[in-house]
Design a protein around this ligand. Structure first.
Ligand code: ZN
Ligand code: ZN
Length: 446
């Protein structure tokens, strides 16, 4: 019997947990009797127990989350509880606070002056207004005044909501090779991971991913690693990304204005980089293609929407399809590709039928907005130069689909709305959604 794409992805993916494999094989088996990857909108069914937050017969549903953002624990400009509140009150379901080379643990007091310098004159007042003087810890007077940064384990119970909002312990492992930033987020870690370094960018990526994997195995938990903003500092080339084959996830969209999303004279756009790396992986290395996440990488919670110079919240997120809002379920679904990335467009279904080799989407209507879906792929044919990241088709409307002809290495979809995002990063930006590459598993792989 042909193995489902999801199950085969699990087999090939550099998975960090055997638990993930078991759980998701079951997930695939139950959901996919026709051996297709089917991510469909599911209406929550009332549980026999009457517990709507954790029903006995939980069905897969979409959960919205951001897995890259900063707080006062490193160079973000607000308190971690305030950052969590920003997302919780805007219908996010999960959030990973990812400060540089630190997991929010232990006792940490910071000078109030420093908090005010970074977060603006109202930052402590806003914190007090939200949580009150019985929660906020302060000491000292005048220039010696300090305020305590609460550790993750202390504040998570204050903001988490069962079945609605979840915090995931995380870190941005912030490494550098010859001055080039190599940043990798690790989500659902048990303890901080210090950067390992390497002789080359690709080697540093591999070394850090190995450290993540070691912790996952040692701690017996699923940890997602994803490579951040490859074009930041022109640091990570498509070849670097391709050859670091432990890497399975990278940021196809990052809301920080300095990350060269669209490339420049010397650097391909992030989407071009994705396609080039995936062609190298599939044709030269026999490795699985990369999956793309969208994130905020927010540092500034106080400027207003429309400030394109600031890295602000709410610009990029992932929609993850799984049964339960727990760290393990969310991470495992991300690991096997049961998610899409978004900067505004919502998809209610992403379906790949590997019998007919058809990728089909359902786009959620949004007022008067119109939608164009570009199906992007790469084609390699004997005797001719590979065509990398070409537009295979462009389809208008809410139910686009594309059937592979057999010459494509893979197909992925990018849906663009006619509407700009609420808080655009560049002038002509439109709301978008990105699916993962599909159709790269050939029958001979079984
Ligand atoms: Zn970074
Ligand atoms: Zn960051």
């Amino acid at each position: 019997m042909p193995m489902s794409l999801a199950a085969r992805s699990i087999r090939l993916a550099a998975g960090f947990s055997s638990l993930a494999t078991t759980a998701l094989r079951t997930f695939a088996g139950v959901l996919l009797p026709r051996a297709a990857v089917v991510l469909v909108a599911v209406v929550a069914v009332a549980a026999a127990s009457g517990d709507e937050a954790v029903p006995v017969d939980a069905s897969p549903q979409w959960w919205k989350g951001n897995i890259h953002t900063h707080t006062f624990w490193s160079d973000g400009n607000d308190f971690p509880e305030m950052v969590a509140e920003w997302y919780r009150t805007r219908d996010y379901n999960f959030l990973a606070l990812t400060d540089h080379n630190v997991l929010a643990q232990g006792i940490r007091w910071i000078p109030e002056k420093r908090a005010l310098d970074r977060g603006g004159p109202d930052v402590i007042t806003k914190y007090l207004d939200r949580f009150g003087p019985t929660w906020v810890d302060r000491r000292g007077e005048g220039d010696a005044a300090e305020i305590r940064l609460k550790p993750f384990d202390e504040f998570r119970a204050l903001v988490e909501q069962r079945g609605q909002f979840l915090l995931i312990p995380a870190e941005e492992i912030s490494d550098a090779v010859a001055g080039k930033p190599v940043h990798i987020n690790a989500s659902n870690i048990a303890e901080a991971i210090q950067p390992v370094g390497g002789q080359t960018v690709s080697e540093a990526i591999q070394n850090n991913l190995r450290a993540v994997r070691e912790q996952a195995e040692r701690a017996g938990r699923s940890i997602l690693a994803h490579l951040n903003h490859p074009n930041f500092g022109n640091a990570v080339t498509p070849a670097d990304l391709a050859h670091a084959t432990l890497e399975q996830h990278f940021e196809v969209f990052n809301g920080h204005p300095s990350v060269k999303q669209l490339g420049d004279d010397t650097t391909p756009s992030i989407e071009q980089l994705w396609d080039i790396a995936n062609v190298i992986r599939l044709t030269e290395l026999g490795a699985a293609p990369l999956f793309g996440v969208a994130t905020d990488d927010c540092h500034d919670y106080h400027s207003g929407p429309g400030d394109r110079q600031s890295s602000r919240p709410g610009r990029g997120w992932v929609m993850v399809k799984t049964t339960h809002l727990t760290p393990e379920k969310i991470i495992q679904a991300l690991q096997v590709g049961d998610f899409y990335a978004s900067s505004g467009v919502t998809l209610t279904a992403v379906t790949f039928d590997d019998t007919s080799n058809t990728l089909s989407l359902a786009v959620k209507p949004d007022g008067d907005a119109t939608f164009t879906t570009r199906f992007i792929g790469s084609v390699t044919e004997a005797g001719s130069k590979p065509q990398i990241g070409i537009e295979l088709a462009a389809v208008e409307g809410l139910t686009p689909s594309y059937t592979l002809t057999g010459r494509e290495l893979y197909v992925r979809a990018v849906v663009s709305s006619s509407e700009p995002p609420v808080d655009p990063v560049w002038k002509e930006q439109r709301q978008q959604a990105w699916t993962q590459p599909f159709g790269w598993q050939k029958p001979s792989d079984d």
